[in-house]
Design a protein around this ligand. Structure first.
Ligand SMILES: Cc1cc2nc3c(=O)[nH]c(=O)nc-3n(C[C@H](O)[C@H](O)[C@H](O)COP(=O)(O)OP(=O)(O)OC[C@H]3O[C@@H](n4cnc5c(N)ncnc54)[C@H](O)[C@@H]3O)c2cc1C
Length: 471
């Protein structure tokens, strides 16, 4: 096997986590190489596909730190690791300032409080995947240029395969280039490969009994390489079940204009989500990310449907940035409509009695304020339940769109990879969507994908810079 040059830091993956870390490490004087599996100059990755909204659990990243920490704790229902939450929320403002110094430009999205830091130029309000020349793409390109100017190297078309260990310490990476296999010697390695959402086998083991029935709402590049490499050298991993994603029209499987938007989340949490027999499957009040996870766990995730009425269609259906009302139908998505539940059941293919019975029980519970007693319960503290009683009635066949996996490699507040006994593996770091412990829990709480990547990329580089300088 060929031996490439030696580096202070080798970074696996050139998304935001990887490129932020590489630049910060180069700024601190480290000799850095980024190994990126993609070949093209604008290789696909979730970072490049992102809408570019920097937020922490739907809060402005410059809000006071205690408020941000509370937001993450609340949305994850106490699941998020305390030390990670503190590191995350107390570095957020500095991370945005650092990114600005790197040349990132921001534009606020109106008065929406959590959309004040959107990478410019802003994504146009189109439903299909559009990324070229948009904020995230422009910023990634800028970070790569900065890195090269600082003497860092980006090795595209290079897929990391395994970690090289010297006893307990990680000292490099073995990787497959276009023609040769190469060993990269390194004083430290950062795994930033973006999660395992695109690996069917890992999804089957952890996320869904039928992963082919999930809509890949992502760049298709997160194949779990980092997770497998880290586990092989003894890394601890968090629960791997939850993912960040959204409810989408089921037509997204064959209609490119129906993903990554419109999300059907607001209709799902406004109405009810039922299985093929017309029975509710989950607590709609927790929200769209949670519902997407519940749909993914069905024996057939491509069999769920959202049911709602005219009031919900007019109110909740119009409330998102790219709202299903009217966008869903305009872009060719299925919307069954009927004046009675019986007629709707016929159009959408449900056993008549089951759907009527589901809605009767649900509406009774809403009217009597006893939604918590439903099976499954319907919580009211985040989203007020509404009865489904104002015709016409609607049904949207849906699927679960998976964006990135929330579970992954356990790290500490300095992004060092931890063993099950919570001691760090010397020389090994991880950042971004490949890591666990911040997002997730039973509520599938979302902490903010871009900020997670940027903050822990920054912290990994700073710790590596400090500890290597000290030697
Ligand atoms: C459509 C969409 C919209 C989104 N919008 C937002 C948003 O507005 N706000 C927000 O906060 N989040 C958003 N996200 C989520 C966000 O994009 C991700 O959480 C974040 O970009 C993850 O960054 P990362 O660096 O960890 O991973 P990635 O950006 O996925 O980068 C990982 C890189 O590693 C490379 N790689 C993988 N395996 C290997 C290997 N073995 N060797 C070498 N390289 C490898 C991949 O090719 C990839 O380039 C969105 C995501 C999508 C898909």
């Amino acid at each position: 096997m060929a031996v490439a040059q030696s580096f202070d830091l080798v970074v696996v993956g050139g998304g935001f986590a990887g490129l932020v870390a590489a630049n910060r490490a180069a700024q601190l004087g480290l000799k850095v190489a980024v190994l990126e599996r993609g070949q093209d100059e604008t290789y696909p990755c979730n970072s490049r596909y992102a809408g570019g909204v920097l937020h922490i659990s739907y809060h402005d990243v410059t809000d006071p730190q205690p408020e941000l920490a509370r937001a993450v704790e609340q949305i994850t229902d106490g699941y998020a690791d305390r030390a990670l939450v503190t590191a995350y929320t107390s570095t957020a403002r500095r991370a945005v300032e650092w990114l600005t110094e790197e040349g990132a430009k921001f534009v606020p999205d109106g008065a929406i409080s959590w959309r004040q830091w959107v990478l410019a130029p802003r994504r146009p309000p189109v439903t299909h995947m559009e990324w070229q020349g948009i904020g995230a793409d422009v910023t990634l390109r800028r970070l790569e240029q900065n890195l090269v100017q600082r003497g860092g190297e980006v090795h595209r078309g290079t897929r990391a395969l395994s970690l090289i260990m010297d006893g307990e310490r990680c000292v490099g990476v073995e990787a497959q280039g276009a023609r040769t296999r190469c060993a990269y010697d390194a004083r430290a390695v950062l795994i930033a490969d973006g999660g395992f959402q695109a690996d069917t086998e890992l999804l089957r083991q952890h996320v869904s009994p039928a992963p082919q029935a999930l809509k890949q709402r992502n760049a298709g590049t997160g194949c779990g390489d980092g997770l497998k490499m880290a586990q092989k050298v003894g890394a601890a991993v968090s629960p791997l079940e939850p993912f960040y994603g959204h409810l989408l029209s089921r037509d997204a499987f064959h209609n490119e204009r129906l993903w990554p938007y419109p999300q059907i989340d607001e209709l799902g949490s406004g109405g009810v989500v039922v299985d093929a027999r017309g029975r509710r499957i989950a607590d709609e009040g927790i929200g769209g990310v949670y519902l997407a996870n519940a749909v993914a766990r069905l024996a057939d995730p491509a069999s769920a449907t959202v049911i709602f009425d005219e009031t919900i269609w007019q109110e909740r259906g119009r409330s998102a940035g790219i709202p299903p009302n009217p966008v869903l139908v305009k872009e060719g998505g299925t919307l069954h409509q009927a004046d009675t539940i019986a007629e709707l059941a016929g159009k959408a293919g449900f056993p008549l009695n089951e759907l009527e019975s589901t809605l009767r029980v649900y509406n009774d519970a809403v009217r009597s304020g006893r939604c918590e007693a439903l099976d499954p319960p319907r919580s009211s503290h985040k989203r007020v339940p509404m009865s489904i009683s104002a015709p016409p009635f609607y049904a949207v066949p849906i699927c679960a769109g998976i964006t990135y996996t929330m579970g992954g490699i356990m790290i500490d507040a300095a992004a060092r990879v931890l063993r099950p006994d919570r001691t760090p593996i010397p020389g090994l770091y991880a950042a971004g969507s490949t890591t666990g412990g911040l997002d997730g829990g039973h509520a599938c709480g979302y902490a903010g994908g871009l900020m997670k990547a940027i903050v822990f990329g920054l912290l990994a580089a700073e710790h590596a810079g400090g500890s290597l300088a000290a030697k």
